[in-house]
Ligand binder design. Sequence first.
Ligand code: PXG
Length: 454
Amino acid sequence: MTNTAKARWQELDRAHHLHPFTDFHDLAERGTRVITGAHHIYIRDADAREYLDGMSGLWCCNLGYSRGEIIDAVARQLRELPFYNNFFQCAHPPSIELARVLAELAPAHMNHVFFTNSGSEGNDTVVRMVRRYWDLREKPSKRWIISRANAYHGSTIAGASLGGMGFMHRQFDVLPWVTHIRQPYWYGEGAGMSREEFGLEAARALEAKIGELGADNVAAFIAEPIQGAGGVIIPPETYWPEVRRILAKYDILLAMDEVICGFGRTGKWFGATHYGLEPDLITFAKGVTNGYQPLGGVLVGERVARVLTTGGGEFGHGFTYSGHPASCAAGLATLAILRAENVLDHVERVAAPHLARRWAGLAEHPLVGEARTLGLFGALELVKDKRTRERFQPSGRAGMVCRQASLDHGLVMRATGDSMIIAPPLICTTAEIDLLVERAHKALDQAERELRGV
Ligand code: PXG
C-alpha cells in the first residue's frame, strides 16, 4: 500500500469513524494503525509490516487467520439459507446442529444453549435468565447479582454494570442490583500473604457480601474463570473451591463468563472444566467462530433449563440474529477443526508447557515483577523495583511504553495498566512461541532503556 493510500485511510477514519474504547483526541494525534491483511498467526498493516499476533485478534482467532474451511462453510450456508430467524417455533439446521455440538462439549449437566451475537448480549441474557429463574421458583426477592472489581463482562448497560471497570462505570449509571467484591489478584493486592491464604481471603469476600445483602436477596455470582481484559488474573488454587462451597451453602447461581476462557484457552473446553466447577450458566462468544463471524450465547445447566422450559409462559427475550445461520455455520466449522486437529491436546501437552517454561524466563528481566501463565494465557507485571513491587509513575506509562516497544519488535502484546498480557493463537508451534518470547524480551529491553533513561 502506498503512503498516500495509507494517509487517505487515516484521514477518512479520523473524519468519520468513532472507534470502540478509544480516546478520540489521542487517536487523531497519533493516527490509526490500519490493518490490511493477515495470515496464519500474523497480521499486516498498511506499511506492509508484519506482526506476530500475540492477542489472537481480540482473544478470538484461536486457530489463526487462514482457516479456509470456516470461510467456505459460511459461504456455503449463505447460498443455502442466508437468513432465517429462530423465533416463533422456527429453527434451521445450523442453529440446531450447533446447539447439539455445544451441548456435547459443555460440562455434562449443561444441555441447552441460547444464542446471541456477542458476549455482551450473552451476559444480558444471563441477567434475564437468572431473574426469570428465581421468579418462576417464586423467590422474587433473589435479585442481587454479585460480580467482581476489574471484571470485564461486556459493554451493554448490563454487561458494563456487571463488569468492574471503574472508568466505564463513571460514564453511565450502573444498574442498582449489581454489586462488586474484590478480585483474586494476588500479585497486585496480596503482598505479605501466601497465594493460598490470599485466595481464601478473596473468596470469603463473597460470603461477607452475601451476609450483608442477605442470602434470600442474592440471585447469582458472575465471574470469569480467569480475568482476561482485567490483566490475565489467574486466581490462586484455593479460590474457586471456596467460592463453590459458599455458593452451594447459600443457594446462589454460578454464572461463568467464558467468553475468553472457552474453547481451549486453558487447554480444556471451558475454564469451568479446568477448575472442576459445575456452573449453572456459561457465557461464550469469540473463539466459538474463531472470530470470523459474530456469535455468542449462554449454555444453560439442567437446574435452570428445567425451570425455564417447564415453568410456563414466554421467555420474553431474543435478538433478530440469535443463531444466525452463517454464524452457526462458522461455529460448526470451528469446533470441527478444534476436534479433528486435537487442538486442545496440543495446548495442554505441547504449547502451554512450552509457553510456561519460556515465559518464566522473562521473570529474570529487571523490569518484570512476576511472569505468569495458564494454558495459553500469559502476563508480565512491570515494576520499578522487583523486591518491593513498586511501580513506575505515572501508573500505566510503563505498560504503554512496553506496548509500543513490542510493536516496534513485531509483536502484538497488550498492556492493561502496567501488566503486559498475551493470548496467542492455540495453534502456535513451539518455534512460534520461542519467537514470541524473543520479541517480548527485546521489547522489555527497549522499554527498560526508555523508562530508566539509560
Ligand atoms: N465477557 C468477557 C469475559 C469478555 O472478555 C465480553 C464479555 C464481551 O463480549 P463482546 O463480544 O460483547 O465484546 C468480553 C469481551 C480487552 C477487550 O481490552 C476484551 C473484550 C472486548 C474488548 C476489549 O481485552 N472482551
